[in-house]
Design a protein around this ligand. Sequence first.
Ligand code: CA
Length: 220
Amino acid sequence: MRILLIEDDHMIGEGIMQALKDKAYAVDWVTDGEMALSAINTQEYGLALLDLGLPRKDGLEVLRQLRLSKNATPVIIITARDSVESRIQGLDFGADDYLIKPFAISELLARMRAVTRRHQGVANPILSNGILALDPATREITRYGNSYVLSAREYALSYALMLHPGRILSRTELEDRIYGWNEEVESNAVEFLIYSLRKKLGKDAIKNVRGLGWMVAKGQ
Ligand code: CA
């Protein structure tokens, strides 16, 4: 899943960026409110992490404009503004969650998973199509009771497909979800990941729809 990180503090930004990358998220990082709006209006993100005290445009204003333009990207506010009024305002402006700095990265990650579930309309934390089951908390995938260890990229690709069993994702759509800015994408990277996933999970685990892309079967 691709994340937009909006944070002007370099130490905090670096820390979050690294932690998210370690968890197989693709991350684009911007450091002011104007950049945030132009990024989110040109690229589809699974989720945005929004600091409030930002140069050029305050985070709340970014959020207000985002929702005014009917952009429904899930937003978690990450801020040092800890008053009850700020929290209420943030949520009423359309944030999906509000986390006060300093926070444990593990809590941020758990909230990201929870917000994503709500946004996708899935209650069960385990993504399953009746054949494969993927646990975003442990990043473990199982098939017929056997569990498999995935690399970060294999996980990111499996997650994108397992979020919507039966939906075909093109190469470009998959690359968008797996790679952030500044990450070089080899021309056959997606094919290579599919190949190595099939080797682990079985050839029929991921279906190729010629000319269109790939999908996992829709379960019962
Ligand atoms: Ca700030």
